[in-house]
Design a protein around this ligand. Structure first.
Ligand code: NAD
Length: 472
């Protein structure tokens, strides 16, 4: 059991002022695996006070000390990789291999990338008679989701450390356990008291309060678009900086010279990774009408044999949904897809064959999806792919951009040049050409309702900086 009784505030584990707990449920077994305190607004006040006090010294800390902390953080993730991967698989249901690489490996590399960035970062520049100085923005509030629990946290904590900011983290209620290990790690590697504070709890009870706090200078939120809007409203009166990483409904476009075999091979993983619970998942596949029969046949065969089951089994590619609510929500969308008349190519309603326990759904593929259908428009956040066809490239681009979101995307073509030209027309923050890999130092973030601001790399660091002009 992972029962946590205390919150991490001002360099110490302290009892919460709240008097209730949040139970953590393993979505594979449906059993309780631990609990965390449901923090109160008084806990938030204490954490903000500690962060504000710590900012005075930490903002003046020397760059070598920050580099050292980031390298030690990265090394600690390596040392505790298996423990962290097992915990994230237990609370989220992520297949264990993917937990090791994406859930723990990526945060390890991100922490290290910020130590590298600091080695060459220019904190000052000359513009005519002015000296331009960059400084950490101050006290930062981080509100994070459950789907990549540690990665979403480190995408904020690492640049905050690098920029000399202090912080209060409120992790998700579904998957907060890795955040408690992170607090332990930061304590052990000597991050000064008050620089990092952890208050677990409910978004509606303490998340909005934290976002509205007058002594918080910036709020960085990752989660659903609706909660992002609530956070923006809460933050507005105190004119703090707000960065938002929100939902997506990203398009994966095969141009007419793409190889259908390759497209299908990668399209499933691009949609179903982390059991479809990925904000940047490519959930709309847009193919030439002439490719339709071949793609439908290929994708049916692949999806029918997609291994669903116990995430601790190395062969499993799709685990359960994170919660009973999430299972019900994805099931509702599969039902709507059928009722609205999309062609069910593979998967469908009900539990996957042979599975009785756990919050599972069947990985599902719909064809002949039209832009009026709900499954085309709304983020499902499960392993459900919507396929549509086009007759010319202009139509393909219109379809790709036919979304309130703009987080990610994919383009497939024999010609990289042609694919890049198409990518430039897409109103989205990231595009992968022919399955190009995720780059932890490239800016990540959304157009339209997918958010404001960028995370990762130098662009992610800049979000945490104020800029001062000194005229001489
Ligand atoms: P969620 O919005 O329900 O919760 C995210 C966090 O916000 C949690 O910590 C929650 O407690 C808190 N919260 C909820 N309501 C709040 C409120 N009114 N005020 C303040 N805080 C509040 O999202 P989720 O279900 O945890 O995550 C799934 C969503 O996150 C999906 O929409 C997904 O696309 C999005 N997401 C986006 C990115 C990205 O980088 N763009 C990454 C991961 C997830």
């Amino acid at each position: 059991m992972h029962n946590h009784e205390a919150l991490y505030i001002n360099g110490q584990w302290v009892k919460s002022n709240g008097n209730s707990k949040i139970d953590i449920i393993n979505p594979t077994t449906e059993r309780k695996i631990g609990s965390v305190p449901a923090g109160s607004v008084n806990d938030i006040d204490e954490a903000v006070k500690a962060a504000k006090t710590a900012f005075k010294e930490w903002s003046q800390s020397n760059i070598e000390d920050r580099i050292k902390i980031l390298n030690l953080l990265s090394a600690s993730f390596k040392e505790r990789e298996e423990e962290l991967a097992q915990i994230i698989t237990a609370e989220v249901g992520t297949p264990i291999g993917y937990s090791r690489t994406a859930m723990v490996g990526t945060p390890r590399v991100v922490a290290r990338s910020y130590s590298k960035i600091l080695e060459n970062f220019e904190w000052e520049e000359e513009v005519r008679n002015s000296l331009i100085v960059k400084e950490g923005i101050g006290v930062c509030a981080f509100i994070t989701p459950w789907n990549f629990p540690l990665h979403q946290i480190i995408g904020k904590v690492a640049p905050a450390i690098a920029s000399g900011c202090t912080m209060i983290l409120k992790p998700s209620k579904e998957a907060p356990l890795s955040a408690f290990i992170l607090a332990d790690i930061l304590h052990d590697i000597g991050l000064p008291p008050g620089v990092f504070n952890l208050v677990s709890g409910h978004g509606s009870e303490i998340g909005e309060y934290l976002a509205s706090h007058p002594n918080v200078d910036m709020v960085s939120f990752t989660g659903s678009t609706n909660a992002g809007i609530a956070v923006s409203h809460a933050a507005a009166d105190s004119i703090k900086r707000v960065t938002l990483e929100l939902g997506g409904k990203s398009a994966n476009v095969a141009l007419d010279d793409a190889d259908p075999v390759l497209v299908v091979k990668k399209a499933l993983a691009a949609c179903h990774q982390n059991s479809g619970q990925t904000c940047s998942a490519l959930t709309r596949l847009i193919i030439p009408e002439s490719m339709k029969d071949e793609v439908y046949n290929l994708i049916k065969a692949k999806n029918d044999s997609y291994t669903v089951g116990n995430p601790l089994d190395d062969k499993t590619r799709c685990g359960p949904m994170v919660s009973k609510n999430q299972q019900a929500s994805v099931t509702k969308y599969i039902d709507i897809g059928i009722k609205e008349g999309a062609t069910l190519i593979s998967g469908g309603l009900g539990m996957p064959e042979g599975i009785e326990t756990g919050f599972f759904v069947k990985p599902t593929i719909f064809g002949d999806v039209t832009s009026e259908m709900t499954i085309w428009k709304e983020e499902i956040f499960g392993p459900v792919l919507a396929i549509t066809t086009y007759n010319n490239e202009a139509e393909a681009l219109n379809l790709a951009n036919d979304s309130i979101y703009g987080l990610s995307g994919g383009v497939w073509s024999e010609s990289e040049e042609r694919a890049i030209e198409f990518a430039k027309g897409m109103r989205t923050g990231q595009v992968s050409i022919n399955g190009g890999f995720f780059n932890v130092t490239a800016p990540f973030g959304g157009y339209k309702l997918s958010g404001n601001g960028r995370e990762l790399g130098v662009h992610g660091l800049n979000e945490f900086l104020e800029i001062k002009s000194i005229q001489r």
